[in-house]
Design a protein around this ligand. Structure first.
Ligand code: SF4
Ligand code: SF4
Length: 287
């Protein structure tokens, strides 16, 4: 199957609206929400959970009271200041394990941490794999990898052609985790002051990992000068510009009504998103 990952150099570019619209338009696909720190695809897809599980990741220290002789060594050594009054503060503990090795009484244990949950759901547009990271917990890259692995297994099991992934914003570890091995990345750019540099950073990540990239400019008419700058950037770098979407109240109205904008808008917005989907789907099929 072909995995199309929708990303953007920063949040708030309309990435999820486009992913949800692909969900409404595309045939034969599994949907994956890899924005595990702030997932919101479910707000317009209204999933019914059919399977779920815990995501355990990383380690945190815990002091066993009965064994601790209160020598204070661990408190002195922890450079994260995570141990106070012979207790470990879970939020401050980075799980480095230094105290575990240093404790002369063997009173410190390193324990697995429940960091989040994964879900497989049914939606009116097909199956969705999504997840929720517990606030304050880390390793979102690993949770993204788990979501993708489950989406791939589901696509294979149901013989579906595409995985449509709503990726995380930015260029950090979760983005890298959501891109590796994908057939294509759709980069959603906005004509804002930082629009070109945000796009540049996202293109840099795709190039580094050898992922073919295409660009869609959202709200291109809000600043046509920067919009043209983005177009020039794409043309100079040989990156295909697959579509330009104008600013339209339909995006906000669709979110407030809980439907993908391509379903809410029957006019030009839907037509343009359909065209973008067809372009991308055809391109990944040829690869
Ligand atoms: S180093 Fe071990 S024995 Fe000493 S205070 Fe820490 S947990 Fe207790
Ligand atoms: S595992 Fe590392 S960060 Fe956590 S309490 Fe021990 S020394 Fe501090």
């Amino acid at each position: 199957m072909n995995e199309i990952v929708i990303i953007s150099g920063k949040g708030g570019t309309g990435k999820t609206s486009i992913a949800a619209s692909f969900a409404a338009i595309g045939e034969s696909k599994v949907l994956a929400d890899c924005d595990v720190d702030a997932s919101d695809l479910h707000l317009v897809l209204f999933p019914t959970v059919v399977d779920k599980g815990e995501f355990w990741s990383g380690k945190k220290a815990r002091i066993e009271e009965g064994k601790c002789n209160e020598c204070g060594l661990c408190q002195e050594l922890c450079r994260f200041g995570a141990i106070r009054d012979f207790k470990v503060d879970h939020l401050s503990c980075e799980g480095c394990g230094f105290c575990f090795h240093a404790c002369p009484a063997g009173a410190i244990v390193m324990e697995d941490v429940l960091s989040g949950y994964w879900f497989v759901s049914e939606t009116r547009y097909g199956p969705l794999v999504h997840a929720r990271l517990i606030p304050g917990e880390e390793n979102s890259g690993k949770l993204v990898a788990l979501v993708r692995q489950k989406a791939k297994a589901l696509a294979e099991e149901k013989a579906l052609k595409y995985i449509v992934t709503d990726g995380p914003p930015g260029i950090g570890c979760p983005v890298i985790s959501s891109l590796s091995g994908a057939a294509m990345a759709l980069l959603v750019a906005e004509p804002t002051m930082s629009g070109v540099s945000d796009l540049e950073r996202a293109v840099g990540v795709c190039n580094h990992f050898g992922i073919p990239a295409a660009v869609c400019i959202n709200k291109y008419d809000l600043n046509e000068e920067i919009g043209r700058e983005i177009e020039r950037y794409c043309s100079q770098r040989g990156i295909e510009l697959v579509g330009k979407l104008p600013f339209d109240e339909a995006f906000v109205e669709a979110i407030s009504k809980g439907v993908p904008v391509a379903e809410y808008s029957k006019g030009s917005i839907r037509n343009e998103i359909e065209r973008i989907w067809e372009t991308i789907a055809t391109r990944v099929k040829k690869q």
